[in-house]
Design a protein around this ligand. Structure first.
Ligand code: ADP
Ligand code: MG
Length: 564
């Protein structure tokens, strides 16, 4: 006898379910993409585990995903012969927040409490999208290697509770049955389902099979008991293994969307095959818009760059394959020469991987440079989304510091108002003869930077000053002392560039002001290091300046804020 156990979803899961089902209404159809993506992940996992344990594939080595429907029962079924789940895994993976991004998802939704369809897959809450179209979902699953009687049946109406019971499941893998809600019958249609598979899942690397159209009987009805014959509904080729010349832009974009769970087109991509003592393929994309987890600072769990070895998916290896400041990159790396049973620990100290990582960084920087040259509008949008992330590279990647600096754009006293359009090359290109430094000012915001009294003397002398007002700028500038042989200097620090006439004037003024300076020094005492006559100001009577090695006021302020 089997006993049915009823359990409540964890509170957060109920919340996610509510959010997902209510706000995904206009993007209902992505349930199919998400369930197929889970089935594909399950096939990947089995293929990987079977490297060490070939018995897991026993008798059923062709991994595939089957999508079928039943008009009378009003169900859609997505079945895979992948890894399957044990009872504990079912409880942990669907129904609790333990192993998914559920909590982060809720945080990201924040006060707005509205789920954006783009985000569902990124946060590991894809399974719940089933409840957008289904009033009841049944999952039958059996872990690879487990006996048929050790299967599990999970069922829920998505309203706070689910049931679990032991079940006999004849084949390995997972079957998800969606019992459609009233009004969702449009999905019970061969043409519609096929179109969705092609739209969202064409590049899933396993065959997605659908029943062939049932033969039409003489009376015009479909024969009810014709055994289903399956045919492939997707392309199922690993896109990156095909020659570039044979892949259309549309195919590249479709692959990106499936890979990045993104609705938007990618901004650009680069696809390369390296042959030689070590051979590998890279297909790397720059997204056009930031994914949510990047904005949320989701640095601990970086996804988006998949490592394959000879077309076998090994793991998400963004951290091993790319530095942090390029964490927005999405893509695939397929290596020929790494051992298939490679573990994360081995990867971290692998010299072949070091080389691949170096190649990835180079390709991505090449790609961004190309975008900056060839597609200024896209490049501007890209910098808006990821410019501040890229700035981290100035600190993180000393080797490529100058290359990265060249890609950045800033607001400037000779720029386009608040818009960040001025490159360091632009600046250097219009430096006055004899000017030997790149001047900048830092502040909390553009207005404060542009209105700084420190700029008066520079304006008077027609010297350009970069206006830095992003939080990260101080940190970045602390590591960017030089560009193109010119040193970068804060306007409040060090000596102003003076010409001979100025110098003479200043000496005169200093002499004349000597009694005043003495008096001021006496009055201010220990509170200042020195009181000097300056050429810094033209309108304001006085200002605070810093010696060369002092902290900029803005940085001092930031550090105080963070309690240091
Ligand atoms: P994600 O796929 O991002 O982890 P989902 O909500 O889509 O988030 O799925 C949650 C988890 O449920 C998966 O990580 C996986 O462990 C499990 N799961 C879902 N579908 C399947 C399946 N077809 N086979 C095996 N495990 C599955
Ligand atoms: Mg998923």
């Amino acid at each position: 006898t089997t006993t049915t156990e009823t359990r409540a979803f964890e509170a957060e899961v109920s919340q996610v379910l509510h959010l997902v089902t209510h706000s995904l209404y206009s993007h209902k159809e992505i349930f199919l993409r998400e369930l197929i993506s889970n089935a594909s992940d399950a096939c990947d996992k089995l293929r990987f585990e079977s490297i060490a344990n070939p018995d897991l594939l026993a008798g059923d080595p062709e991994l595939h995903i089957d999508v079928s429907w039943d008009k009378d029962a009003r169900t859609i079924t997505i079945a895979d012969n992948g890894i399957g789940m044990s009872r504990d895994e079912v409880v942990a993976n669907i129904g609790s927040i333990a192993s998914s991004g559920t909590r982060r998802f809720l945080e990201a939704m924040g006060a707005e409490q509205k789920a954006d369809a783009r985000l569902i897959g990124q946060f590991g809450v894809g399974f719940y999208s089933a409840f957008v179209v289904a009033g009841r979902v049944t999952v039958l699953t059996r872990r690879a290697g487990a006996a048929p009687e050790d299967g599990v049946k999970w069922e829920s109406d998505g309203r706070g509770e689910y049931t679990l019971e032991a079940a006999t499941v004849p084949a390995r893998g997972t079957t998800v049955v969606l019992h459609l809600k009233d009004g969702e019958d449009e999905f019970l249609d061969s043409w519609k389902l096929r179109a969705l598979v092609r739209k969202y899942s064409d590049h899933v690397a396993f065959p997605i099979r659908m029943p062939k159209e049932a033969p039409i009987a003489d009376d015009g009805d479909t024969k009810p008991d014709a055994a289903p014959e399956w045919e492939n509904a997707n392309d199922a080729s690993a896109l990156w293994t095909r020659p570039k010349s044979e892949i259309s832009d549309e195919e590249y974009q479709a692959f990106y969307k499936a890979l990045g769970h993104d609705f938007n087109d990618a901004a650009a991509w680069t696809h390369n095959r390296v042959e030689g003592s070590q051979s590998f393929t890279t297909l790397l994309y720059l997204p056009a818009k930031p994914p949510f987890d990047l904005m949320m600072g989701g640095r601990d769990e970086r996804k988006g760059l998949k490592l394959y070895i000879k077309r076998v998916f090994i793991m998400d290896a963004a951290e091993e394959l790319l530095p942090n400041y390029l964490r927005f990159v999405r893509g695939v790396v397929d290596a020929d020469d790494l051992p298939l049973n490679v573990s994360r620990e081995i990867l971290q100290h692998n010299r072949q991987l070091e080389r691949i990582r170096g190649a990835c960084v180079k390709r991505v920087l090449d790609l961004i440079e190309k975008l900056s040259r060839d597609e200024p509008e896209k490049f501007a949008a890209f910098l808006k989304a990821f410019g501040n992330t890229l700035k981290e590279g100035i600190v993180e990647d000393a080797t490529n510091r100058e290359r990265i600096a060249r890609l950045l754009r800033f607001a400037s006293t000779k720029g386009d108002g608040e818009a960040k359009t001025v490159s360091l090359d632009d600046y250097v290109g219009r430096m006055a003869p004899g000017q030997d430094a790149i001047w900048y000012v830092t502040a909390d915001g553009y207005r404060a930077a542009a209105g700084s009294p420190q700029l008066e003397a520079f304006r008077a002398k027609d010297i350009e000053v970069l206006l830095m007002s992003d939080r990260i700028d101080e940190w970045m500038l602390g590591n960017l002392h030089e560009y193109a042989g010119k040193s970068l200097k804060h306007v409040a620090k060090g000596e102003l560039p003076l010409d001979e006439a100025d110098k003479a004037k200043q000496q005169e003024a200093t002499k004349a002001a000597a009694p005043l300076l003495e008096k001021l020094k006496g009055l201010l005492g220990d509170r200042v290091e020195d009181v000097r006559v300056s050429a810094r100001l033209t309108d304001s009577p006085s200002c605070l300046a810093m010696s060369e090695w002092e902290m900029a006021p803005h940085l001092a302020h930031l550090l105080r804020e963070s309690g240091q």
